[in-house]
Design a protein around this ligand. Structure first.
Ligand code: ADP
Length: 506
């Protein structure tokens, strides 16, 4: 690509494919070629995407191509003869004369031959970032400068976006690291009392009461651990879009009852009083009962956790148009305004020392929000500030149905000890303790149990031991539980064998 100036000087500017100026040379041309050359130059200069502006030593514009017209909003006629400063906002506007003079005196270049990012000013006064590369040439005794300018608004926007993304990733990474540290801590916490309780139970002098106390301590701590791990599994499933709801038409009261049953021990442990108020007529919703109960019990447990001893918790539901508003309010420690805005974000916790002392991973409310949204609802948090209590409102669509509602049958609770029949059971689990403890329990219930710890042994044991039921771990080393089940099913004699999967993968 070329750009020329004057009678017999040709400046050949070289561009790469992206249109960036790579270099230029000056060539003197024969006068006979002058006209043709000028035509070519004009056409090229008028069609390049960069603005090309030539000025003299005083900063007066000599040429202004059509890309420059588009960039700055001035016509060439308006700019030629004007000082180029018109295209610069402050402080460049005021500095420009001094800058050219300084260069003329000292030869010290700040832009010439270097190229840099500057700010341009349009006719309408608006400014934009641009790349500017300036080359210098002489014509007789006069010195001229050609500036090639490119609007880099879009590039800057992308750079900004990229920078923001990088910052977000760094922030997420930091959160993750903090979370891992906290997770280790939270998982470690219940282990100390469990270990102590085990020690107590092992002591020969340990008598009934101490053993009983140790056992309930272990039960509580294990329950806490299970809840932490379940929350973790749930959130990872939600984040990967792997959670499936089993929705059915149900009465809100059924869900509330289930949630209260789950949260009651925690409410009682803190000595709080729970007041439940539901409308007298049934409110039909379409819900995954277990998941929605989990939402409400999470809110109730938080209300219990974040209230000082002997507080009050209110759970109420009221219809509002096509929706039902479910409120969980407490008289607890309240929520600071800055926390309120991020409270449903993953890993967000209030005062960390406080949250720590109350235990938790900062994922409960993220779960709540996601599960509520999967029910086409929304959840909002309110608090007048620290010490003022908190309120969480879950808004769910009411099911409008013509068909009469059929009362859901409560799932039958399995009796702890199945009466009568002794079964032959094969337990397959590579975690030996898990297998042996399950076997112990099954034996105490009167069954005949064998344990194995890998796939091939399971296949062999099914042939020799002839169990009626196989409890099969999925994540087995070498041969997965799925493969074991497939191979068993391939044999006609085991077509009807009951094979139950045991897995932590959900
Ligand atoms: P966790 O309880 O494990 O910290 P959550 O996601 O359930 O995680 O809650 C996030 C944070 O929100 C908590 O750390 C706590 O600061 C605040 N919070 C939640 N529920 C309440 C409540 N009822 N009253 C006051 N603060 C609450």
């Amino acid at each position: 690509m070329v750009h020329g100036f004057g009678a017999n000087i040709l400046i050949t500017a070289l561009y790469d494919e992206a249109g960036h100026l790579r270099g230029y040379s000056k060539v003197t041309r024969d006068l006979t070629e002058r006209k043709a050359t000028e035509e070519l130059l004009r056409s090229v200069v008028d069609h390049v995407i960069d603005g090309i502006i030539t000025i003299d030593e005083d900063g007066v514009v000599q040429s202004f191509n059509s890309a420059a017209e588009k960039l700055f909003g001035y016509t060439a006629a308006e700019m030629i003869g004007q000082n180029v400063k018109a295209l610069m906002p402050e402080p460049y506007h005021s500095q420009h004369d001094g800058y050219i003079a300084n260069y003329a005196r000292t030869g010290q270049a700040k832009i010439i031959g270097i190229g840099r990012e500057v700010v341009g000013r349009r006719k309408d006064g608006s400014t934009f970032p641009m790349d500017l590369a300036v080359s210098e040439f002489r014509l007789g005794h006069c010195r001229f400068f050609t500036g090639i300018v490119r609007d880099i608004t879009e590039r800057k926007r992308l750079e900004q976006e990229l920078l923001q993304r990088v910052q977000e990733l760094a922030e997420a990474d930091r959160h993750k690291n903090d979370f891992l540290a906290m997770l280790a801590h939270e998982l470690r916490n219940p282990l100390a009392p469990i270990r102590n309780a085990l020690q107590i139970m092992k002591m020969p002098r340990a008598k009934g009461a101490a053993v009983q106390q140790g056992r309930s301590m272990m039960e509580r701590q294990v329950q806490h651990l299970v809840r932490l791990v379940d929350d973790l599994l749930d959130i990872s499933r939600i984040m990967r879009g792997k959670i499936e709801l089993h929705k059915e038409a149900t009465d809100l009261a059924t869900v509330v009852q289930r949630a209260v049953e789950t949260a009651q021990p925690s409410i009682d442990a803190h000595g709080h009083e729970l007041m439940v108020s539901l409308p007298s007529r049934p409110i039909r919703i379409e819900a995954d009962i277990i998941r929605l109960a989990q939402v409400i019990s999470n809110l109730l447990t938080n209300a219990a956790k974040y209230s000082d001893k002997a507080g009050r918790i209110w759970l109420s539901a009221e219809p509002e148009g096509d929706f039902v508003l479910l409120r969980v309010r407490d008289s607890g420690i309240g929520i600071a305004p800055d926390l309120l805005t991020r409270i449903f974000d993953l890993f967000v916790q209030g005062d960390s020392s406080l949250a720590r002392s109350r235990g938790g991973l900062g994922i409960g409310l993220t779960l709540v929000k996601n599960l509520v949204e999967m029910h086409n609802g929304s959840v909002t948090a309110f608090s007048c500030g620290p010490g003022q209590g908190s309120e969480f409102i879950v808004r769910l669509p009411i099911l409008s149905e013509i068909e009469p509602y059929q009362e859901e049958e409560e799932p039958q609770q399995q009796p702890a000890s199945p009466a009568g029949r002794t079964r032959r059971v094969l337990v397959v689990d590579d975690n030996v303790d898990a297998a042996e403890s399950a076997a112990l329990l099954l034996r105490m219930w009167g069954h005949e149990v064998q344990t194995v710890h890998d796939g091939p042994s399971a296949l062999e044991a099914v042939c020799t031991h002839r169990p009626g039921i196989v409890l099969l771990d999925i994540g087995l080393p070498g041969m997965s539980g799925y493969e074991v089940a497939k191979q068993l099913r391939a044999q006609p004699e085991f077509k009807t064998l009951v094979v139950a999967a045991m897995t932590g993968y959900g």
